[in-house]
Unconditional design. Structure first.
Lengths: 181, 640, 103
């Protein structure tokens, strides 16, 4: 939790822990709700919008985890670029709402079973593990330090990422280009 | 001197070939070919006779088959008997062929008739010249074949065809006996040559059996009882055929055979006397039937049967020369009788004597020759038949068998009776129906006249007037005849009286008491009349006892063949078809079924399994995830 | 404060939803969006471990999450290019119509 917010909350006299909890769980539930809406919405456009909302919720969760930079980046890139891209594509491929979802089919049931199965497995794993206490173990990392480690210790992945981005760019153009008949 | 005897049968054979192959073109000239051939053979026969007088004997032409120590030589026999027979056959044959030009005039198979006649002449001459049984048998069969061909010459008539077949089959029965006899003789004596028979004086039973079997052939060919049934039916053939073959020559072949083997018979008296009894029985049997028959040719046929019986009787009692003498005279007057009958038939176109009568006025030559021949056969002196019949009667009398003598006397009486019955009913008296008789053309009457001359004078050869030249010429063993033949006046007188009685009775019945006597006697003795009229029902007996069972057996055999044997074959075929049907079913259903089953199973499973290939990536992912979940679940829970 | 496990439960739930979405959505873009959800769940995990691990603080988790975002972007870009191309070809982007490999 950012120290500024803690300070704000301290000033108002609210126990920042309870306040944190009281805000976090609704946000988490909303995020999940929006995520469910993404996958069950009949209208693809609505799905895209729900995706945007989900991603914003995830960004809020990042805030709680002392990753402010990443929250901003998430919003900037994910919501700002990728969801926009999604919407563009939805616009270009025009059968937005012609096809209904198809109702509950056998496949839907099986998929639900698979998803719930995975969920349970993960819950089991999580519950069986003893986690470290939620101490303030790690000081939050400031942005300069992040930048510094990005350029020195992890410069190779950084360069690779740029290459990947270039490749993706070029590839997308090539694939998406209209063929001359 | 040159031996030309073996060429004698050659010329008629060439005439046969010419007429068969070129007959259509030759037409009328075919008769001249045949007659010419006969005349050439007659010349050769005369030459042979002269060389015989000069001392020529039998000779061999070539060795045919050699087996072991014996061999079969083909040769020619030249002796008095053969020469005499050659003359008889050739003279009568030539005259009959001349007669046939007139009788067969207009027939559509004119040239074929002469071809067959020539073939017959060839076969008969060959038979007479053969010096062993095998060659004899060869020509024996040839003569039988010609007889068959000529009897059924008018084969459009079913009666003629049946008669031909009857003749062939009946003589075939006799021929079987002959064949077995020849085999028996060869088996026991290792020879088939006639010259060796004379040396055969042993009295083993097997030779008697051989002799009796050979006599069977004579029974068939000379129509003795019980194989006589074919000769009356053979009258279906043209009259010249009846004259030549069935009166004068072929039927005499049986007698000739017995005389050739006389040595064999003489050595076995039981066989010889058996010949005599059969001959005697045949003689009286046939004569009795002839007295009531109404067909002109059949009367003459039964007369032939009777006279052949006489000849056999003569041989049976040991009268070798008498039998041969009668053979010669009978040939001439029987041929004449048949030709006269043929002339009558040719003129008025009927054979039933009940429709004839009073023909003499219009057919003087025929009538005169007819009377001469009848007198000859009845045995009126000084005609030919008297001398020969008298010889037989005296032989029989001195043989020691009185029964045979009695039969011979009765038969002579009946002979005179039925012959003059025939004469009176045909030539004299009133016409019984509308007739238009006219004399036959010269080509027919001239042979009649010539034969009549022979019938009158040929008997003198054996008479005491010429010192029994014939008997010295033809005799058996040493000249036993000469001592015997002091003229037996008693027998001569007896035979003349018997003959006159017969003629008188016929005159009584058929001229004087014409209207009432025959009918009256018939009414009084109706059962006897019916028996005689139906030929003692012999034909019916044979039919019932032999022919019908044989036919039934043939039909059964045919049914057996068709039903069972063919049925077996058809059954096999059907079984094969059924079997192949089963096999095809197996092949189709089971074998193919197995293959199809495999294919269908694979198809079924693949149609089930292919549904996993949906081409739909989410399905694949689903399966992968479910699998993952499943595995992890198992690991978590199972704790592996 | 908020225990680590709750964050992990959140990410697990998000992940499951994302899986459900992949397996269920007929629209190709819907599938891509579900993939983004999964990636975000992973990101949450990474950030959580970064916060609670107590290891030398070089911000590895955050950098990792950054890279994941970048790669998610790249994959989304390429994926959407593909979708466009498919749409041009087949006039549809429904995956149940893309069954050329069907039996």
């Amino acid at each position: 939790m950012p120290s500024g917010l803690i300070q704000l909350l301290n000033n108002t006299g609210v126990s920042h822990e309870i306040a944190a909890k009281m805000i976090f769980y609704p946000i988490a539930c909303l995020t999940l709700l929006f995520a469910i809406s993404v996958v069950t919405s009949r209208n693809i456009f609505h799905s895209a919008l729900y995706l945007a909302l989900t991603l914003i919720g995830v960004a809020c969760v990042y805030l709680y985890l002392d990753a402010e930079f990443l929250a901003i980046v998430q919003i900037l890139i994910y919501v700002g670029a990728i969801v926009t891209l999604f919407i563009f594509t939805i616009m270009l491929t025009a059968d937005i709402s012609t096809v209904p979802f198809g109702g509950i089919m056998r496949r839907t049931l099986l998929s639900a079973i698979a998803a719930i199965g995975i969920f349970f497995i993960l819950i089991k794993v999580v519950s069986k593990t003893t986690w470290q206490a939620a101490g303030a173990g790690a000081p939050s990392l400031g942005l300069p330090e992040l930048g510094r480690s990005l350029m020195t210790k992890y410069v190779l992945p950084f360069e690779v990422i740029s290459l990947i981005s270039l490749a993706a760019l070029v590839g997308a153009i090539v694939i998406g280009k209209a063929r001359k008949k | 001197m040159v031996t030309l005897a073996h060429f004698i049968p050659l010329f008629p054979f060439l005439a046969f070939l010419t007429n068969i192959f070129f007959g259509r073109k030759l037409n009328k000239a075919s008769a001249l070919v045949s007659i010419g051939a006969s005349i050439v053979s007659l010349g050769l026969a005369a030459y042979t006779f002269l060389s015989l007088l000069k001392g020529q004997g039998s000779y061999t032409l070539f060795k045919w088959l050699v087996f072991g120590i014996t061999s079969l030589d083909v040769g020619v026999i030249v002796d008095p008997l053969t020469c005499m027979m050659l003359f008889v056959v050739l003279i009568i044959g030539t005259l009959i062929q001349v007669y046939s030009i007139g009788y067969m005039h207009g027939d559509k198979r004119f040239s074929r008739f002469f071809a067959y006649m020539s073939l017959f002449m060839c076969s008969m001459l060959g038979l007479l010249l053969a010096d062993n049984f095998i060659i004899l048998l060869l020509f024996w069969e040839g003569v039988g074949l010609c007889s068959y061909l000529l009897i059924s010459f008018w084969f459009e008539k079913p009666a003629a065809a049946k008669a031909g077949m009857k003749a062939f089959v009946t003589t075939r029965i006799g021929d079987t006996g002959l064949l077995i006899g020849v085999f028996t003789l060869f088996f026991s004596a290792h020879t088939v040559h006639f010259r060796d028979l004379a040396a055969l004086q042993s009295s083993e039973p097997i030779f008697m059996i051989a002799a009796l079997l050979i006599f069977c052939g004579a029974i068939g060919k000379s129509a003795q009882f019980p194989l006589h049934v074919w000769l009356p039916d053979a009258m279906e053939g043209p009259t010249p055929v009846s004259a030549l073959i069935h009166a004068a020559t072929m039927v005499a072949a049986g007698v000739y055979l017995v005389t050739r083997c006389f040595g064999l018979f003489f050595a076995h008296q039981p066989a010889l006397i058996w010949v005599g009894y059969i001959g005697a029985f045949t003689a009286i049997f046939a004569a009795s039937i002839a007295t009531v028959n109404n067909d002109i040719k059949r009367i003459l046929a039964y007369s032939t049967l009777s006279q052949l019986g006489f000849m056999m009787l003569a041989l049976g009692v040991g009268g070798y020369s008498a039998g041969v003498f009668h053979l010669m005279t009978h040939a001439f007057f029987k041929a004449l009788l048949f030709l006269c009958a043929g002339s009558v038939i040719h003129s008025i176109h009927t054979q039933d004597i009940r429709e004839m009568g009073g023909i003499y006025k219009n057919m003087k030559v025929t009538g005169a020759t007819f009377v001469i021949a009848s007198l000859a056969i009845s045995g009126i002196p000084p005609l030919a038949g008297f001398w020969s019949k008298d010889e037989i009667l005296s032989e029989t009398l001195h043989s020691g068998h009185p029964v045979l003598f009695a039969i011979a006397v009765v038969t002579s009486f009946l002979t005179a009776f039925y012959m003059f019955r025939l004469i009176f009913m045909v030539l004299f008296g009133g016409a019984r129906s509308k007739l238009h008789p006219h004399e036959s053309p010269g080509v027919m009457t001239v042979p009649l006249a010539i034969l009549a001359v022979f019938a009158i004078f040929v008997g003198f050869l054996g008479s005491p007037f010429m010192h029994n030249v014939f008997q010295s010429f033809i005799h058996f063993g040493h000249a036993e005849g000469t001592a015997h033949h002091a003229p037996d006046y008693a027998v001569m007188g007896l035979s003349t009286v018997i003959a006159c009685l017969g003629i008188g009775l016929a005159y009584l019945f058929y001229i004087l008491g014409n209207k009432i006597l025959p009918a009256g006697v018939r009414a009084r003795f109706t059962p006897l009349y019916n028996l005689l009229y139906n030929k003692y029902y012999i034909d019916e007996l044979y039919d019932a006892v032999l022919i019908q069972p044989l036919m039934r057996f043939s039909r059964f055999a045919a049914r057996f063949d068709n039903g069972i044997i063919d049925g077996a074959v058809n059954g096999c075929a059907r079984a094969t078809v059924v079997l192949s049907n089963i096999k095809s079913w197996i092949d189709r259903c089971i074998v193919d079924g197995a293959v199809n089953l495999t294919a269908n199973t694979v198809g079924f499973f693949s149609s089930v399994l292919r549904r996993t290939q949906t081409g739909y990536i989410q399905t694949y992912l689903l399966v992968a995830f479910i699998g993952l979940v499943f595995i992890i679940f198992v690991k978590l829970i199972g704790g592996y | 404060m908020i225990p680590q496990s709750h964050y992990l439960i959140l990410s697990a739930a998000l992940f499951s939803i994302g899986v459900f979405g992949i397996l269920t959505r007929k629209n190709a873009i819907g599938i891509l969006m579900s993939i983004e959800l999964i990636l975000n769940a992973a990101n949450i995990n990474l950030i959580t471990f970064n916060r609670f691990s107590g290891k030398p603080a070089d911000g590895l988790g955050q950098i990792f999450a950054l890279f994941v975002i970048a790669i998610a972007a790249a994959s989304a870009v390429v994926g959407l290019g593909l979708v466009i191309a498919i749409y041009r070809n087949r006039k549809t982007i429904l995956v149940n119509k893309m069954d050329l490999m069907k039996w």
